[in-house]
Design a binder for this molecule. Structure first.
Ligand SMILES: CC(C)(COP(=O)(O)OP(=O)(O)OC[C@H]1O[C@@H](n2cnc3c(N)ncnc32)[C@H](O)[C@@H]1OP(=O)(O)O)[C@@H](O)C(=O)NCCC(=O)NCCS
Length: 168
């Protein structure tokens, strides 16, 4: 069977969220019951990966955030201006439907989010993610994210370290 192809789009009312099943009940509940309210209130933007039949295979959310300079590893923090906080983009949630796991979609959605952050006119130092458990943190580490020394389920990746060639 050939690998399915996906297109990433902003979530809209025409997309059918009811059938989405990532295997994580809290993530599925959030996506089915809460996300459109968050989008309406502008506390999150939600992007979906769609199959050619318009089925939702994965989603992620992005929002503006800030991290405390003191929470970053010492070496990283030293190179930044001495403001108490550093601007960031938070990927609040990321999930892939069970039927589409292991195909590279999770990694592709991460890359898509990094590209949006890197190409934005509004500067942010890093992408920040909150991993729901150790397994999710391993997934992010596999993609180069660095755990915060005092809260290892929060990880970050400096946007400038992301090669423009890869993410353009
Ligand atoms: C985590 C999740 C998004 C991964 O999506 P996916 O499409 O199955 O992952 P991919 O196929 O893109 O995997 C990409 C790479 O990450 C690796 N990977 C996947 N899960 C991993 C894990 N838990 N630890 C380490 N590496 C992992 C894969 O081996 C693959 O490596 P490669 O590119 O070197 O071959 C998906 O399993 C999911 O939705 N899980 C439930 C929700 C969740 O945990 N979300 C995380 C945020 S809280």
């Amino acid at each position: 069977m050939s690998k399915p192809s996906f297109r990433v789009a902003l979530l809209d009312a025409a997309h059918n969220r009811a059938a989405f099943n990532s295997g994580s009940a809290p993530l599925d509940r959030y996506f089915q019951q809460q996300v459109s309210q968050d989008v309406r209130r502008r506390v999150a933007a939600c992007f979906v990966a769609l199959t050619t039949e318009q089925r939702i295979a994965g989603f992620y959310t992005l929002a503006a955030a800030s991290v405390l300079l003191n929470d970053l590893p010492t070496g990283t923090g030293k190179k930044l201006p001495r403001y108490p906080t550093v601007p960031a983009v938070r990927m609040g949630r990321l999930a892939v439907d069970q039927e589409f796991k292991g195909l590279g979609l999770g990694g592709a959605l991460l890359a898509d989010a990094m590209a949006r952050a890197a190409n934005s006119e509004i500067a942010a130092y890093a992408m920040v993610v909150d991993a729901k458990d150790k397994k999710a943190a391993d997934f992010y580490q596999h993609h180069g994210f660095i755990p915060m020394p005092n809260s290892p389920l929060t990880l970050f990746l400096p946007i400038a370290t992301v090669s423009a060639a890869i993410y353009k």
